[in-house]
Ligand binder design. Structure first.
Ligand code: FIX
Ligand code: ZN
Length: 416
């Protein structure tokens, strides 16, 4: 039994890093898909370079019009981004650094700075082989997808009895119902659900039938929606009624958590397309009210504003049916991951889910988890050192058990 101690902090740091790196993670929120979903799964260097995080960054330094950029092919956009953000200036941002981490992890030499050489690696790669390679490099055991029944291409895939890859777990994503009910109403009606815009009792019943139908099809880990900073609850609106009378009753019946991702200001700059969303501070009382009035429902919550993080931790202390997760999007940067992970451990111990990748491109699992593991290991080392100093002799099996909790067991125990 390896029992490091704080006198030998180097030993403890090395041991914690080793355990964190060797513990496979269950990534509970991504936008990647198993190979059976075809073109929905993005992968390879050109998709990495045209990730919307980098699109936002290239427009800050490049004299190109939105119109010209959007008429380019993915390869042309990737070339342009590589030139502007990597060759004409050091790739310091987290999104740029991430690509170099992927290139390095895949065995290329970043110092060559040769994009076409990296491209050659992908030319003959089979997607199924690449999924195995990336999951291995990233040490990811399973991921949860983002599955939208209102996406025509995705829905067609679910309607076929396709073979599934059990490393890819479904999540039933229902933003459309909540933020665009009138359009969703027409679509549901065209699928044979007897719904009307005014959301009477029969319509609410039919929406519950829709949710049950897709829960049966997808076998999701949770139902999820991204919500604006202005989101309120309870509310006499289509969104408020659908949450209260459809999502939460179905969630309770099926023991399906409702995952709320709160704080996105959609398309503050529409010319940036996916890169055009921004952030706003939300009202934490929404979470308090929902968790207290629906104590038999389970809620997974992540919030986008840094200013919401401390109060979200405190709220999680009040409600055992609330599980907070991830350093989402504009928070997924080392300086903020460190701050959030520290305050979460200080307020919640290990009863939280420290990170998800939000990967949109398969390869991103490599960098998003490498970068996050580095910070999580640093924070854990600090906390173990604090315990060790007061005589709580930290053992290697303690560290292994704790990291397994953070990297998947907490989620599994919460959702079981
Ligand atoms: O709503 C979401 O799932 C967000 O994560 C995405 O819309 C966002 O574009 C993203 O990928 C952030 O990392
Ligand atoms: Zn996401």
């Amino acid at each position: 039994m390896n029992t490091p101690n704080s006198n030998d902090s180097g030993n403890l740091k090395t041991l914690v890093s080793s355990v964190v790196n060797k513990t496979a993670v269950f990534d509970i929120h991504t936008h990647i898909y198993d190979a059976n979903f075809g073109k929905l799964l993005l992968w390879g260097i050109d998709e990495l370079l045209t990730y919307h995080y980098l699109v936002a960054e290239v427009f800050r330094v490049a004299p190109i019009t939105y119109e010209k950029f959007w008429t380019m092919s993915t390869k042309e956009q990737a070339d342009y981004i590589w030139q502007k953000l990597f060759l004409e200036r050091s790739p310091m941002s987290e999104a740029c650094r991430g690509i170099l981490t992927c290139i390095h992890a895949l065995g290329f030499d970043p110092a060559e700075r040769n994009l076409n050489k990296y491209r050659a690696f992908f030319r003959d790669m089979k997607v199924s082989d690449y999924i195995d390679l990336v999951f291995s490099k990233a040490n990811v055991s399973r991921v949860i997808m983002t599955n939208d029944p209102f996406d025509n291409h995705e829905r067609s895939k679910w309607k076929k009895s396709m073979k599934r890859d059990d490393r890819f777990v479904a999540a039933l994503r229902i933003d459309k119902l909540l933020v665009d009910w009138y359009d969703a109403c027409g679509t549901l009606s065209s699928w044979g659900y007897e719904v009307e815009p005014r959301l009477g009792n029969w319509t609410q019943r039919e929406i519950r039938r829709f949710l049950n139908d897709w829960a049966k099809t997808m076998k999701p880990a949770y139902m999820a929606a991204s919500l604006p900073p202005t989101f309120t609850y309870p509310e006499d609106s289509a969104c408020g009624k659908i949450i209260e009378n459809c999502i939460l009753p179905v969630g309770k019946d099926l023991n399906l958590p409702f995952a709320m991702m709160i704080g996105v200001k959609k398309l503050v700059n529409p010319d940036l397309k996916l890169a055009g969303d921004s952030v706003g501070k939300a009202d934490i009382s929404v979470i308090e009210k929902m968790c207290s009035t629906h104590s038999e429902n389970k809620f997974l919550v992540t919030m986008l504003s840094r200013e919401n993080q401390h109060e979200l931790c405190v709220t999680a202390r009040k409600f055992p049916n609330l599980m907070i997760f991830g350093c989402w999007w504009f928070l997924n940067n080392p300086s903020i991951i460190r701050e959030m992970t520290s305050e979460r451990i200080e307020l919640l111990g290990l009863s939280m889910i420290p990170q998800h990748s939000d990967a949109r491109v398969l390869d991103q699992l490599i960098y998003k988890w490498k970068h996050s593991r580095e910070v999580i290991a640093e924070v854990l080392t600090e906390k173990y050192t604090d315990l060790d100093k007061i005589g709580w002799n930290i053992r290697e099996e303690d560290i292994k058990r704790d990291v397994e909790i953070l990297f998947g067991k907490m989620f599994m125990d919460f959702t079981v």
